[in-house]
Design a protein around this ligand. Structure first.
Ligand code: UD1
Ligand code: MG
Length: 458
């Protein structure tokens, strides 16, 4: 049986990131570097991937879970040594293995497939992906003979002055035929400036053994940008962000200012929705058609229906219905479910609550652990008092009710359908259907009190 496998190297420390975390666990548009690489690999139809982990293996495994098989490289003795750690998965197999690094998140499935196809067509033992860089500093250089055939790859630190002038660089992506790769790994040595076993040396070894080595030069070298520090992380983020924004624009979403809009990979947005500047849409968010999102809003794992407007607000892990108006300056916290035609106005915080269709909470309210029915009005300054210092309790408000300004609802408490609560009330007991509840001191007037007390202020 002919295998098509991949080995992704991700055991290195990534010192230049200056981070406590694994380099490949850093994220771009919501997805870790290693997942970007893995998705390109699986997009190319490779379904057996071995991930070589070492430094912060725990974090890398957390990113990838059971999608890959793991090989452990305890000491980071070089990229060739890293591939050796995956040998047990290759032994006795026929076919091809694509080797790449976990720090090249821009790589596409098309490039990987293209390299594999070329490799098979030419009957190579190894095919390396290359590109011409104006500034090749830091990369391995592709050395070719007078006929243009690849002869070897030389690392910058080991390169002669003449070799350093070569612009064609090694991307770190290689297609190998499994059997010759295994043979060449046995012959790797570490007699180079870093004292490491380089995977790049397999090319010279294979050619010496009479095998064919080839190269596939990329048109778009941005794809193989390697992330070694946070400046490169930013550069790659910008390229991926642009890719995502353009994909949404091409599928019918208006993005007023792409420069100030951040949308995670995997977010879905319906046609004719307009995204205003300063908006960040993250995680598994799904937005319907004809919405206005932003300006200055953040949505994380949100579900938004059609025709809804979200202005200068934050929505976390919640569901918002159709034709809802949110904001400006609303904060909808996790596990909230907002119905259709609802208004959640300025300075309203909603936490873990259900709000029924056509209900209005227009300003300055805190609604936590509550269930509010349909067509109810929650006036300015209403607070569900859900926490007694020890435990959280629930407030239930029915349909067609009216909760007046500055009402405190001391939970657990229930307000039945079709009832009214007078402004300024502190409600501690159930309000029955069709009742008016008033729970406040009556106003007292003391005539001429100011004069009698000599309290005039002028
Ligand atoms: C490598 C290539 C260089 C190429 C460049 C492209 C070698 C010797 N050099 O250099 O020719 O131009 O990538 O970006 O391969 N890793 C391990 N174990 C190790 C060492 C590294 O798993 O012992 C992993 C790292 O986690 C990383 C990848 O291999 O994902 C590449 O290592 P890095 O140190 O970044 O190599 P470069 O110096 O960039
Ligand atoms: Mg690198």
């Amino acid at each position: 049986m002919e295998h098509l496998m991949a080995i992704i190297l991700a055991a290195g420390e990534g010192k230049r990131m200056k981070s406590k975390n694994s380099k490949v666990a850093h994220k771009i548009c919501g997805k870790s570097l290693i997942e970007w690489v893995y998705d390109a690999v699986s997009g190319a139809g490779i379904d057996e991937t071995i991930l070589v982990v070492g430094h912060r293996a725990d974090q890398v495994k957390e990113c990838m879970g059971g999608r890959v098989k793991y090989a452990v490289q305890n000491l980071q003795l070089g990229t060739g040594h890293a591939v050796m750690q995956a040998e047990e998965y290759l032994r006795g197999k026929e076919g091809y293995v694509f080797v790449l690094y976990g720090d090249t998140p821009l790589i596409t499935a098309e490039t990987i497939s293209g390299c594999i196809d070329l490799h098979k067509k030419n009957g190579n033992a190894v095919t390396v992906v290359t590109a011409d860089f104006d500034d090749p500093t830091g990369y391995g250089r592709i050395v070719r003979d007078e006929y243009g055939n690849v002869v070897k790859i030389v690392e910058e630190r080991d390169a002669s002055d003449e070799e350093k002038r070569i612009k064609e660089i090694n991307s770190g992506l290689y297609c190998f035929t499994i059997r010759p790769l295994l043979e060449s790994l046995k012959k790797l040595t570490n007699d180079n400036e870093q004292g490491e076993f380089y995977i790049t040396d397999t090319i010279r070894i294979l050619i010496n053994e009479g095998f064919k080595a080839g190269a596939m030069k990329l048109e778009n070298p941005a794809e193989i940008l390697g992330i070694n520090d946070r400046v490169q992380l930013y550069q790659a983020s910008e390229l991926i962000r642009k890719r995502i924004l353009e994909k949404h624009m091409k599928s019918g979403v208006t993005i007023i200012d792409p420069a100030s809009t951040y949308i995670d990979e995997g977010v879905k947005i319906g046609i004719d929705t307009v995204v205003y500047p300063g908006t960040i849409i993250e995680g598994s968010t799904v937005i319907g058609e004809d919405c206005i999102i932003g300006p200055n809003s953040r949505l994380v794992d949100a579900k938004v229906g059609n025709g809804t407007e979200i202005n200068s607000s934050v929505i976390l892990n919640s569901t918002i219905g159709n034709d809802v108006r949110v904001g400006p300056f609303a904060y909808i916290r996790p596990e909230s479910v907002i119905g259709n035609n609802v208004k959640i106005g300025d300075f309203v915080e909603i936490k873990k609550s259900v709000v029924g269709d056509k209900t209005k909470i227009p300003h300055l309210a805190y609604i936590g652990d509550a269930e509010i029915g349909k067509n109810t009005n929650i006036a300015c300054g209403v607070i569900t008092v859900n926490y007694d210092g020890k435990k959280k309790s629930k407030t239930i408000i029915g349909n067609n009710s009216f909760v007046g300004c500055n009402v405190n609802l001391i939970a657990p408490v229930e307000v039945k359908d079709n009832s009214y609560i007078a402004a300024g009330s502190t409600i501690t007991e159930e309000v029955p259907e069709y009742a008016l509840a008033i729970a406040r001191e009556r106003q007292v007037i003391k005539e001429n009190w100011v004069i009698k007390r000599g309290m005039e202020r002028k």
